[in-house]
Each structure stands twice: as structure tokens, then as C-alpha cells.
Design a protein around this ligand. Sequence first.
Ligand code: ADP
Length: 580
Amino acid sequence: MSFVARLKWFFKQQWLRYTIAITLIASVSMLTVIPPKLIGDTVDLIRSDSLTQSELREKVLILIGLALLLYIMVFTWITTLFGNSALLEKLVRGRLLAHMSRMTPGFYQRNSTGQLMALASNDVLAVGQTAGYGVMTLVNTVVGASVVMISMISLISWKLMVAALIPMPLLVLVITVLGRQIRDRFTKAQDSFGRMNDQALESISGIRVIRSYVQEDEDVNAFDRVTDDVIHQNQRVALIHSLFQPIISLIVGLSFTIGIGYGAYLVMEEVISLGELISFNLYLGMLIWPMISFGEFINVLQRGTASAARIDEAFMQEADVQDDAHPVDVKEPTSIEMKHLSFRYPGAQRDSLTDVSFRLEKGQTLGIVGKTGSGKTTLLKQFLRQYRLDEDSLFISEVAAERIEMEIVKSWMSYVPQEHLLLSKTIRENICLGKPHATDEQVNRVIEMASLAKDISQMPKGLNTLVGEHGVMLSGGQKQRVSIARALLMHADILILDDCLSAVDAKTESHILEHIRRERVGKTTLIAAHRLSSVSHADWILVLDQGRVIEEGTHEELLFHNGWYKQQWDIQQMEASLQE
Ligand code: ADP
């Protein structure tokens, strides 16, 4: 698809600014043909000794006036057109971010962070350049070249013009061949830039692990390899690009040679005057810029098209889960139920959940336990609607979850994941993420509930302490409790806690859980945990193994059952008493 087709929406939106800019560029091209004609005429007048002082003054004044007018026009089109470029970049970046925020995990599995960053930086830049600089070069070429050629024909000699332009078809051929190469090579260079981003991100975020395994040198070498590739790919683009200008100069030089040679002959034959030959050669000089412009246009257009295609590819990927065309209106989650739910991650070899069933009424608590990798997180994630579900396997208020609008389902849930994600803001901003206008009283309350008050009072700026990138200033346990406070502030109908107290000591954990239990009377809670004491109070407990429910019941029933739960409970009780 062409560049214009891909960006039709923008050209439509900004048609007025483009019309102004294009009209001005065209007018500038037209006005610049006047000075050479004036100079040629003046030479002829000097030669025939008929130039009067008033005529000379008049011509000089016209030239100065023209220069001023051109200055204003050029200033206006530059600001208008390049303003458009910047605006397009901003809009495309905004759209990209909005699109990415709607995407489900499958999208991020297919597109690495580095590649997405490359799209938002280099590719958006290339597209913006085409919409600004590209348009300028195109108009310059078309209008500039036609105006000069028309002037040559009408004011001097069409024969001389045809002769001087004989080498021009060569130019078209060269540009077509090189242009295609530029696009291919540029796409490869952008891919390589994306891979470099990935490597840099991984090195920086994994720096502690890399250091602890003394892998710094290997990491630097690996980075060297990707940057070498970036250089190599960009050199290949630069090589083709650098071939452009000399070839254009060569062809233009050939035109000049013919122009002067054949022109001199025409002067001798008295077909044209000396002044006309001078004007003609000035015009020929004025053709250089449109020709260079044409080369630049092809170059920028090819890069812009390659980048626009890469960006469109990301836009074309849809979220794995879409809303039902005719969603069912459900007011509140009165119950949640899984019926024989099986689930396999996209691209995985085996199911991560097999035939899981349970039912939870509003106000009840579900505990999920089991070995690492048994499917606890996977089970909880089903409520976040990130992956496609089998039909009729998950129900909320007796309605199949996929028939309820996703935004509504999400508004019922508060999820505290295993990996806590804190933003590089203050503690207060992190806690108030979902409820920016929460009152001090509400914030203090959740801080109490998450047993964070003491920690915060010891921080240099209390609630206004900045936590650093990903919360590096906080301990694992503090991060977990900030995440819990954040979720509790939402006071959601369904609270999902995914093993989010693992870095907190048992006593603090039981305090927090006690608070949560008291606070959430009448609301539904799902807790996955390693410590069985975290779920012992739950109304129903599932024990998972390899994605299957191997035991289920209340705490007492499971102890009575004398299976994995009982064994684990005994071990953990013994460990706890030893620690005490
Ligand atoms: P738990 O929370 O009990 O530790 P998980 O739900 O995280 O277990 O994982 C259950 C199984 O699903 C594991 O075998 C794991 O390897 C697999 N798994 C988890 N996430 C993915 C994923 N994104 N793609 C493929 N397999 C996954």
C-alpha cells in the first residue's frame, strides 16, 4: 500500500495546512524564475548600450522586493509543513501507545519491547519526515522543474531545452533502481535497531544478575555484536544514499555541457542572444535543486513507506480477546463459576489448566494452593480476560464471561500480581494509581490495612518518597504491600491476590489477611498462596497439580482428607514453630 493511502486520515485532517504550504512552495518556485530573466535582459541592455539609470534602479528594487517576499513565504511554508511533520509524529505515537494499551499478552509475546520502541522512535520519525520534508521535495521537483522548463521554452528556445534535458531519463532509471534498494535496506536497518533496543533493555534491567554471574564482558560482547549489525545495516543504506547525489550531479553536469555547447552554437548562429544564453544557464542551474529534490523525495518516500508498513503491521494486530457484538448487561458479580475449564497458552505444547470447576458466591473467599508451576497464576489470570476462553467455561452472575463487556469485568476486579509493578513515582501516586482523587483518610486506611504505616513513617519524605524505577528503593516486602494497598483502595467487588505476600513474614501476612477479611465482608476474594495459613480461612480451597484440581474443600475437610494439603500443612506448621 502506498504511503499516501496509509496516511490518508492525516492528509485529510490537515488538508488546509498542506494546501497553504504547497501553494507557497509552488509560488516560491514560480517567483524564482523572475531574477534570471531580469539579469539576462539587463545583460542584453548593457550590451546594446541602452540601459538607463532609472531602469537599473527599477530592476534592483524589484530584485530586493522579491528577495523579501520570498523570505516571508519560505518562512511560512517551512513552519507550516514541518509543524505538520511534528504533529503527525505526535499523533502516530499517541495512537501506538493507545493501541498497545489495548493489547493482550499474545501481542507482547509476538512483538518484543525493543521492536516496539524502535517503531515509536525511528519509524515514527521516518514517517513524519516523509509527511514534511518529503512533501516539500515533491512539490519542489514538480513545480520547480515545470516552471523552469516552461520559462526555458517560452522565453528562450525549446530546442536548447530539449537538447539539455536529453540525459534526464537516465535519472529516472537510476532513481527507480536505487529507490527500491533503499526501502529494502532501510527495513533491515530498522529491524536491527529494534534488536539493539532489546539487547540494551535486557542488559540494563538484568544488570544485577549479569554482575552476579560475572557475565559483564560477555554481555558487552553481545551488545557489540548487535551494534555492529546496526552499523552494518545503516552503512548499506548510507552507501546507496551516497550514490544518489553524485549520480544526480553527473547527469546535471552533462545537461550543463550540452546547454553551454549547443547554446554557444545558437548564439553564434544568432538564434538566441548572449543574454538569453546566460538566462538559460541560470535556469539550468535552477533545475539542479528540483533534481536533487527528486532524489531526496524518492529516498525519504522509500524510508517513510517502509516505516509506515512496519507501524501498520503493529496496528493490524488485534487483541486476542474481543468484546461480544451484543454484550449482556450484568449489573454486579453475584457469583463466579468455572465449569470444566481447560486452558492452553498460545503456542504451548500442553494444557496449563485441565477440567477445573468451582463455584463462588458473592462474599466468599477462594484459596488456591499447589506446587510452583501447578497453574495457580494461570487460573487467576482467566478472570482478567487476557486470553481467549473455551465457550461456556467461565461464568459471572450466571452469564458466560465472554458475553460481558470486558471493561465492565475489569472494573469489578482488583488484581495484585506476583511480580509487583511499581511506577517511578511517589508511594502515594503508586497507591492511588486507580483512584487518583482518593482522600488522605482513604489512603491512610489502606496503608494501615497493608501494614505499611511503620515503613512509610521511616521514609525520608513519607508518602511523598519517590520509589525509583520499578520501585528499586523499596524492599520486596514493601513493594508487595504497596501493591496490596493499591488494590485495596479500589474496594473492588472481586479481589485477586496472586501469591503476593511471599516476601512478607508470616506474622505481618496474617495481620494483613485479617484486615482484608474484615474489610471485605460481603465481597469476593481469590487468594493463591504458598503458605497454607494464608488460605486456611477461605470458604473453599483448591489444590492444583499440573493444572488439575487434585483436592478441594474447606481447610478442615482437606486436613481430614489427609492428602498433599495435610502433608504440606504439617510441614509448614513445624517450620513455623521451629522458627519461633
Ligand atoms: P503457578 O502460579 O502455580 O506457579 P503458573 O500458572 O505460573 O503456575 O504456570 C502453570 C504452567 O503454565 C507452567 O507449566 C508454566 O510453564 C506454564 N506457563 C505459564 N505462563 C506461560 C506462558 N505465557 N506461555 C506458556 N506457558 C506458560
